[in-house]
Design a protein around this ligand. Sequence first.
Ligand SMILES: *[C@@H]1O[C@H](CO)[C@@H](O)[C@H](O)[C@H]1NC(C)=O
Ligand SMILES: *[C@@H]1O[C@H](CO)[C@@H](O)[C@H](O)[C@H]1NC(C)=O
Ligand SMILES: *[C@@H]1O[C@H](CO)[C@@H](O)[C@H](O)[C@H]1NC(C)=O
Ligand SMILES: *[C@@H]1O[C@H](CO)[C@@H](O)[C@H](O)[C@H]1NC(C)=O
Length: 729
Amino acid sequence: MVTVVVAQKASSFPYAPLVLAAALNNPAVVKIEYKNISTLAEHNNAAIALSADGVTLTTVSAILRYIVRSHKNTLYGTDPASTSLIDDFIDKSQDIINTSDFKSLDVIFQQLNHHLTLRSYFVGYKVSVADIAIWGALKANAIFARQLKTGKDLGVYLARWFNHISAQAYVDVALNELAHANESTKVAKADQGSFDINLIDAEMGKVVTRFPPEPSGYLHIGHAKAALLNKYFADQYQGRLIVRFDDTNPTKEKLEYEHSIKEDLLLIGIDSSVVSYTSDYFDQIYQYALQLIKDGKAYCDDTSQEQMRAERMDGIASKCRDLSVEENLRRFDEMKNATEFGLSCCLRAKISVDNPNKALRDPVIYRCNLTPHARTGDKWKMYPLYDLACPIVDSLEGVTHALRTDEYHDRNPQYQWFLDNLGLRQVHIWEYSRLNFVYTLLSKRKLTWFVDQGRVYGWDDPRFPTVRGIRRRGLTMEALKTYILMQGASTNYITLEWDKLWAVNRKQIDPIAPRHTAIESLNKVKVSVAGADPYNFKEVPRHKKNEALGNKRTAYGPTIWLDQADAKGLEINEEITLMDWGNAFIRSVEKNSEGVVTAVQLELHLEGDFKKTKKKLTWLADGPELVKVELMDYDYLITKKKIEEEDNLMDFLTPVTEFKTEAIADGNVAELNKGDIIQFERKGFYIVDSVAEGDKPARLILIPDGKVASMASKAAPVSQTASKDSKKK
Ligand SMILES: *[C@@H]1O[C@H](CO)[C@@H](O)[C@H](O)[C@H]1NC(C)=O
Ligand SMILES: *[C@@H]1O[C@H](CO)[C@@H](O)[C@H](O)[C@H]1NC(C)=O
Ligand SMILES: *[C@@H]1O[C@H](CO)[C@@H](O)[C@H](O)[C@H]1NC(C)=O
Ligand SMILES: *[C@@H]1O[C@H](CO)[C@@H](O)[C@H](O)[C@H]1NC(C)=O
């Protein structure tokens, strides 16, 4: 007897042991235990098996082997040779589970496909545990799922085999059991943080939080998280949120950014009609700096930047560290006057020379800058740095709780040092984890590069992680808010997949997105419908489950259009359903020499039962009201899930990130406005990016739906197509 414990929320779900258990169909041999968690903690694994004799197996391959070895079964081959081959494929399945980069995966897929060219099963003439192992690994693989769905780049033999195994009765049994287990545990989102956290010393009505963006770029989702969390806690305690522009660096800041940040904040429901500015406090900050100098806690350093950096790195004291208070005051005045000598200095807090926490090694707190300031003009020639300004202004403005991302963790003691040494009112620092997404850059410098290179349309490009970008891609701000609050204030450092965010979005738009129809223009198939009335219109609901959306005008007629992909699968005399119309029999299908369907004839059979047909097809009646549209889809800008500091960005640029499909759509689409979200039935949700203008068709962007397959990087299939083509030559 083996008990296999599976983590129900595992990101790479262990399907194979479940299917093997169902295939053996003997509860006395294998028992499956579902755990409502994402990994089995101490093993950090998706599945473990506990054998009768107390052995714990922690990889899927070991579990499969153990089960089939300990209970002699033909699934493990009938002779030593086939058993050895089966073992090789079990290893291969573990490779698939362990591999995440698609180049390597594609190599494996191609090998598997090649192996299946003349075979129905991996080993021998019937299903073995080799098939179950590989099937399970592929089933959980997002890249495979995408290839299977799109039919692109996947070898036909592998696809055929996969579908064949999927159709086995015991696979059904296993999946049903799993669905049941999922249902009964109400499996929650895997990366959901807990939000039942209280702030320290928080009193009802007295909590003040703040969101201090630097007006030097557009808001991205990371900022949105900071803003929304601060807002959440302010509301939670019936307190107040301060939006403060941290305008301490005139070189980087622009009024343009201030406006866009205000607009974006409004979009996520944060009122920024009243804002404050760090520059409002320049006089006070200056006084505090003088106080530090007088107390012997700050000094003016004219060491060159490189040398200062090296000294801080090595924990060596600056030659200026022990200057007298008088000399420091004189030098600070020169900085203020921007004299030649003054310009060579900066002010440093005298905290520590060699503290292991490098943020405490006499940080620079004032620096000269001759660029006029957007709000204070040329009054100041030196400006406080964020590290000094932030604790002072937080304290002066009455902030009780400063929420910061854990990126600032090392700088927290420094923040505290300023509060203590300046005798300021205490502020609680409260850390949360920075929002990181796979395949996503948030660095302003890197995003600017994409804009400057023309690789994107601008800061609101649908491929950008800016609030504007994701909104243009079809993310509702409600969904963004819900998602961020779901993440909570947890400090688990994780890089998130995009799928959960888009799944939350899908949930919000599905009930309210009107339904429309589009047919791809390329090789669209003209169909004549026998028994149809002449061209006419009927009113049908825009959304079958939401009457509030009203009706749309649908055209009917004796000539209709079908997608080539749909027409290809039609068989003579088959009964199908035309959506929003009724059943019909296929009477003829004409193909050209390349197998492209060129014409189809149908005969209406409206009394037919639509519940009995397998194919429900979308169609458009040919007529003058049809409109042309461009359907856009996008890929991640980079091909690596997480770009590390030492990575060269150039090595990971996705070659093609924009895909355009021309299509025709029902006439109602002409009435849509920019920003409207709809569903093209059987195609997906779309947001109107621009309406038709003259000869320019309306442009709609596919909204990711959060299904794992649609969230995989598309870059791989593109490059693989190229390599396959070159192989053929
Ligand atoms: C796959 O990963 C598991 C668990 O992380 C590890 O124990 C195993 O050695 C790896 N196997 C292969 C073939 O790389
Ligand atoms: C059950 O949950 C797992 C993990 O979230 C998921 O991968 C799987 O698709 C679900 N299965 C079914 C049949 O609902
Ligand atoms: C499963 O876990 C989620 C939280 O992760 C919880 O909300 C749910 O109640 C759990 N279900 C059961 C049956 O324990
Ligand atoms: C800075 O300028 C003020 C006003 O012009 C002047 O009184 C002061 O002496 C100057 N300080 C230094 C150190 O040059």
